[in-house]
Design a protein around this ligand. Structure first.
Ligand SMILES: Cc1ncc(COP(=O)(O)OP(=O)(O)O)c(N)n1
Ligand code: TZP
Ligand code: MG
Length: 502
């Protein structure tokens, strides 16, 4: 399947920004790029010498040529220098959204002033952008100056972010990423804040000194566009794009006498390049008034190893005993949707068996009962995390396993210092209704690599046939339900899994 991304932007003769940077980013991260040139700019590392918009005829024809047989999954917009182009583009985007079989996701990175400080667009352009273009935009990526121009809100403190974003959303755009590259809310920290009016996240990275920043806005927006085209959730796309940018900034270099450009170095893999997720109970979290109560505490009791091996997840004490007798050392009691009093005795019995066999027995969901009866550990999902008292679980000395479904959740979970992070679901599963698509092995390898210093567990649709490839990703454990509970011969299956994972 094609992952076509269009860039609608200006040509930068110095090639560090604009169309050139966009196409480079699409290609680097795995999208199929197409381009619609809005303007040709003559610039070098020190200044923009000339900007000339292409004719309306040429602008329309490029859009028409592509729309005819190369419709985009994602459209990324950069420099729009002419009022007429903005009007035409707004109309065309509305048409694509109404008529294409799959609505394109549209990202607009406003570019009216170059990083050199030169004005690049017609003076009256902002009015048409506000009234006609913003209603067609799914993600707007302004810096502080652009927030002021478009919303009238100055970003003077953390508290000013939400009203500014609310204003932009009320003007019609679906979500807003405020980029912190140009202002410092917190010393030495580059903070990005995203909200769609319902969900909000903030990401931080250390501010990088002595780097060349030409093309950062274009590169960030293009990296988001590509990862959205690769079907990542938006939160994950923002994380990957920020890591891509950090990696590119560290490798940036000057070509002329002035400002050099951000480099393009492939899919980011170094943990140091990935941002931190701002937790609500942190100084920046308070300042931004982020919802929720997650906080980075001292962390949870670790397991004795980060290679937890085969991890059967079973739904009865009988199964707990059965797999323990077959030598299993990591397991979970997962009984769904019962009142605590209905399952308390089963939890007590399972914990006793776990201790008798010296195994790592995790209790799914019922964390109060797990604390009350001193279980080895608790497993919680993303929704469970919002309601469970995590500091209480940590204080009680229980281990904690957390489910995650992508980069953002994984990095956020990591900050809580759990005993392991589960990654799923990897393949289609009949055991649980999953709201998202399976992650697949390529993503699992990336996650396992990024989390290689801690205990990780892969779950979802894993059977004996798939296990060798899963194990090769470097994951520390494989959790299975039906591969064991529906097996004709569970003993043989457990032995075969153990052979694969040795
Ligand atoms: C090892 C492991 N990984 C993931 C899950 C899923 O947990 P959760 O998202 O809370 O969903 P439920 O299991 O509660 O339906 C798990 N149980 N174990
Ligand atoms: C509980 C759970 N969480 C994510 S997938 C899953 C079910 C895994 O079951 P199976 O191994 O039968 O696919
Ligand atoms: Mg759960």
């Amino acid at each position: 399947m094609n992952n076509i991304v269009w860039t609608i932007a200006g040509s930068d003769s110095s090639a560090g920004a604009g169309i050139q940077a966009d196409l480079c980013t699409f290609h680097d991260l795995g999208a199929d790029g197409c381009s619609v040139i809005t303007a040709v700019t003559a610039q070098n590392s020190q200044a923009v010498q000339l900007v000339e918009s292409v004719s309306e005829k040429m602008f329309i024809q490029q859009l028409t040529s592509l729309a005819e047989d190369m419709p985009a999954k994602v459209i990324k917009i950069g420099l729009l220098a002419s009022v007429e182009h903005v009007k035409i583009l707004a109309q065309q985007l509305a048409l694509y959204k109404q008529t294409w079989s799959r609505k394109p996701f549209v990202i607009y990175d406003p570019v009216s002033v170059a990083s050199t400080g030169d004005e690049m667009a017609e003076e009256s352009i902002n009015e048409v952008i506000k009234t006609q273009l913003l209603p067609q935009i799914d993600l707007l990526t302004p810096n502080a100056n652009e927030v002021l121009t478009l919303s009238g809100h100055a970003l003077i403190s953390g508290e000013s972010f939400k009203p500014a974003v609310d204003k932009l959303i009320s003007m019609g755009c679906g979500s807003v990423l405020i980029k912190g590259g140009h202002f410092e809310l917190v010393d030495d920290i580059a903070l990005d804040y995203w909200s769609n009016g319902k969900r909000e996240i903030a990401l931080t990275s250390p501010r990088l000194d002595n780097v060349h920043t030409h093309g950062t806005g274009c590169t960030l927006a293009s990296a988001i566009a590509t990862t959205m085209a690769l079907d990542y959730f938006i939160e994950d796309a923002l994380v990957i794009a920020k890591a891509y940018l950090n990696q590119g900034l560290k490798a940036s270099k000057a070509l002329g006498a002035g400002e050099g450009s951000v480099a393009h170095c492939g899919w980011p893999t170094e943990r140091a390049d990935f941002p931190e997720v701002v937790l609500p109970e942190s100084s920046i979290g308070y300042e931004l008034d982020l919802p929720g109560s997650l906080e980075a505490g001292p962390g949870f009791e670790p397991c004795d190893t980060i290679k937890l091996g085969l991890y059967p997840v079973v739904d009865s004490v009988e199964w707990v005993e059965r797999v323990l007798k077959l030598g299993v050392k990591t397991l979970q009691l997962r009984i769904k949707d019962k009142q605590p009093e209905q399952i308390e005795q089963q939890i007590i019995d399972a914990i006793a068996l776990g201790k008798q066999y010296d195994a790592r027995l995790f209790i799914n969901d019922y964390w109060q009962l797990a604390i009350k009866h001193n279980a080895y550990g608790v497993h919680l999902g993303q929704e469970d995390m919002d309601v469970a008292d995590l500091p209480l679980i940590a204080d009680a000395g229980l281990r904690l396993g957390l489910s995650t479904h992508g980069y953002y959740e994984m990095l956020r979970a990591r900050q809580l210092k759990p005993s392991y992070i589960a990654l799923g679901h990897i393949f289609p599963t009949q055991t649980k209704d999953m709201p998202s698509d399976p992650q697949g092995l390529t993503r699992l390898s990336k996650y396992a690599n990024l989390m290689s210093d801690m205990a990780t567990v892969a779950i979802g649709g894993i059977n004996l046939e798939r296990a060798p490839a899963v194990w090769q990703t470097g994951i520390g454990s494989i959790a299975v339900v039906t591969a064991i509970t529906l097996a004709d011969d569970p003993k043989q299956v457990i032995n075969q899994f153990n052979d694969i994972m040795c």
